[in-house]
Design a protein around this ligand. Structure first.
Ligand code: ZN
Length: 253
């Protein structure tokens, strides 16, 4: 991680973690684009290289992640090597995630959901949510490239919804960014259906219907808040209302 993080910004507004390259794009890409459109920096951290996927080597998935990063406009993407399908809850893995959080000092962290189909997603969820807390402890020491890191606790943690249907606590209106976010998803082309490779063995996400289902989920969440597209999130903490009318706008505002 240390060599990879050279040149990375030392502060971003939002940091999105995923167990595998493409988790973030599949689940909260349109929200990240909205954050960028509002003038704030986003960084992404993949916890593994995705080397156990049915399709695409670690090298292929790295090239695809780089392409997605360019399309989406993230400030930085770091891909850790904590072990696809070996993403265990260890002190070392927790320490690596704490180092990433303390480096980027995000205000908002996105993570996998606590209840998911892929076991790595649930392990990533627990590792990241615990790291968000521990990163703020004064007495917990961490170093990056031999330099002592300062404690940092992000203000907000949001879990994105990927496979299982979970009841969101909030829904973000992504009507303006959803179409572009699909280009970020399709950057991971080894993972999805292609007409010219229609004879490949079908994984769950390699079926032709999968991309339609992604759009249907976004339409469904959008419908819940009266807009075209939405992305849903679970929030472990209560959401504060600071400006009442910003949170509860009138018809013409
Ligand atoms: Zn995944």
């Amino acid at each position: 991680m240390i060599s990879q993080i050279n040149g990375a910004p030392e502060k971003v507004y939002a940091l999105a973690f995923g167990a595998h390259p493409d988790d973030v794009e599949l689940s909260c890409g349109a929200t990240l684009l909205k954050i960028i459109d509002e003038g704030n920096d986003v960084a992404v951290c993949d916890l593994t290289k995705g080397e156990m996927g049915t399709y695409g080597s670690a090298e292929t998935r790295k090239a695809e992640a780089d392409k997605a990063t360019r399309i989406m406009g993230y400030r930085f993407r770091v891909t850790l090597d904590l072990g696809d399908s070996k993403l265990f809850y260890t002190e070392e893995n927790l320490a690596e995630i704490i180092r990433v959080i303390r480096h980027f000092k995000p205000d908002v962290v996105f993570a996998n959901a606590t209840d998911e189909r892929h076991p790595d997603h649930m392990k990533a969820s627990k590792l990241v949510s615990d790291a968000v807390y521990y990163a703020g402890l004064q007495q917990l020491r961490s170093d990056l490239a031999g330099v002592r890191q300062e404690p940092h606790r992000p203000r907000h943690l949001l879990h994105y919804i990927q496979f299982k249907h979970l009841e969101p606590d909030i829904i973000v209106d992504v009507s303006d960014t959803f179409v572009k976010s699909k280009k970020g998803v399709l950057a991971f082309e080894s993972q999805f259906y292609r007409e010219d490779r229609a004879d490949e063995q079908k994984t769950l996400i390699k079926r032709k219907e999968f991309l339609t289902a992604l759009e249907a989920r976004s339409r469904y969440f959008g419908e819940q808040i009266g807009v075209m597209y939405g992305e849903g999130f679970l929030c472990p903490s209560k959401i504060a209302v600071h400006s009442f009318k910003t949170s509860f706008p009138g018809m013409n505002t």
